[in-house]
Ligand binder design. Structure first.
Ligand SMILES: Cc1cc2nc3c(=O)[nH]c(=O)nc-3n(C[C@H](O)[C@H](O)[C@H](O)COP(=O)(O)O)c2cc1C
Length: 187
């Protein structure tokens, strides 16, 4: 088994005054304590991914970074009970590069904490042969959730979920990396 694995953390919101980077920074700060993964942060607001999926822009660069990852975390808000359109474009840009690699969610929004967006994303990633982690990191009422230092006002349940989700991700990422090296996933 390899000592470390490569984890791509994808920030899925691109709005000008989005809170997504604050959520992502919080996650990345707390991630270190729970994993040996080397993190590659992919912020969709910094990438030009053409909506016609015909390549160009940053499509090849994004696909290569997905290819290099052994696992993923998607940081997503909830918009009208779904997930952001640019996130779907990003998901649809690579194809086989996602396969047989685990993925966890950090979601946020109003009272639901983005749960409905996550449940929709699970069905999308199932089509791409991506196992999704059972435990979600949900941040409800996100605009009141953080203090001035960018830490959660009520960290208990959310940080416990983070530890649990990353533990699941570590197991799947290590296990599937070894399995892919042993036998290419060609199903
Ligand atoms: C168009 C739009 C629709 C939204 N719909 C929902 C929703 O269905 N459920 C929810 O919990 N929050 C909803 N919200 C609140 C967002 O989750 C919240 O504004 C969050 O900050 C958005 O993430 P962002 O700032 O990173 O873009 C919506 C926000 C926008 C802009």
């Amino acid at each position: 088994m390899r000592d470390s694995y490569s984890l791509a953390v994808i920030t899925g919101s691109v709005r000008a005054d989005r809170i997504g980077p604050r959520v992502t920074r919080w996650f990345l700060r707390h991630l270190d304590r729970h994993t040996d993964a080397v993190v590659d942060h992919l912020d969709l607001a910094e990438l030009d991914l053409p909506g016609d999926l015909a390549g160009g822009g940053d499509a090849e660069r994004f696909t290569k970074r997905v290819d290099q990852a052994d696992g993923f975390v998607v940081v997503t808000p909830e918009y009208n009970h779904g997930y952001p359109g640019p996130l779907k474009t990003a998901i649809d840009t690579p194809y086989e590069q996602w396969r047989a690699k685990p993925l966890g969610f950090v979601s946020y929004g109003g009272a639901s904490g983005g749960l409905r967006a996550v449940e929709q994303l699970r069905t999308v990633f199932a089509e791409l042969h991506v196992p999704t982690m059972r435990t979600n990191v949900l941040i409800p009422n996100v605009h009141d959730a953080f203090d001035d230092d960018g830490e959660l006002r009520d960290p208990g349940p959310v940080e416990a979920a983070l530890a649990e989700m990353v533990r699941q991700l570590n197991w799947w990422a290590h296990t599937l990396a070894a399995a892919r090296a042993d036998r290419p996933y060609d199903c």
